[in-house]
Design a protein around this ligand. Sequence first.
Ligand code: ZN
Length: 277
Amino acid sequence: MITLTPAYKDVPLVGSPLPEIPLPTNCPGCGVGLDREELADRAYVCDCGHHFEMRGEAWIAFLADLDSWAERWADIRPHDLLNWRLPKPYSLVIDQLRSEGLNEAVRTGTCRLGGRPVWAGVFDFRFVGGTLSIVAGERLARGLEAAASERVPYILVAASGGARMQEGVLALLQMAKVNAAVGRLHAAGVPYFSVLTDPTFGGTAASLALLGDVNVAEPGAKIGFTGPRVIKQATYADLPADFQTADFQLARGQVDMVVPRTELRPLLAHLVDLYST
Ligand SMILES: [Zn+2]
């Protein structure tokens, strides 16, 4: 376990003011009534340790120092190349989500984290379950390659159901593409850190999300390839109660650290410094 020196405690808990996120009236962990503003100041982590789901722009605000986020390739748009109709036409799904202000399942760009320049790729589970798509793969690969050539550390925040069914094999191919880009980053000796949030599954877990120099999971995050229901149907095995949790994957070496969100920014700043020397 890495011990943080006092200097890193100075890295602010959040990079920028966090946007409002959907919250229940009471915490599902402890039952206490929630104070929105207070919770936003604590990166949406309850006193009891319950981590509320942050998505997309909330993660970007969390990571990026104030006014430092510069988004790249937001204009690359998804298209229904396979004329996919089920469970409903893919083109309608895309139009609906984009009309709600969601751009794609991955946004990528540059920012500063505690003053350190980083590249970041952030999944958004609200866009077709954070699925790895042609657009997501292209943005990730371009960002990873830019990070390698600029020699700037890359931070991934994963939240994904896997590869996007509606793009078929074209989505599956993205696994190879992003893995190759991670390989180029590794070959260039540029640090790559992956933050796994709830949930990270399928082709995303099976590709770049678990290829970090350090893979850091949020407490309680579900992480795996195929979900427990399907595994149980296929194997008839009794699965342990903590199956595919962050701690389960930590014990098996799939993730390196399970870290509360309130300690994540100082930790990432520390890792950037450690791996950049
Ligand atoms: Zn609570």
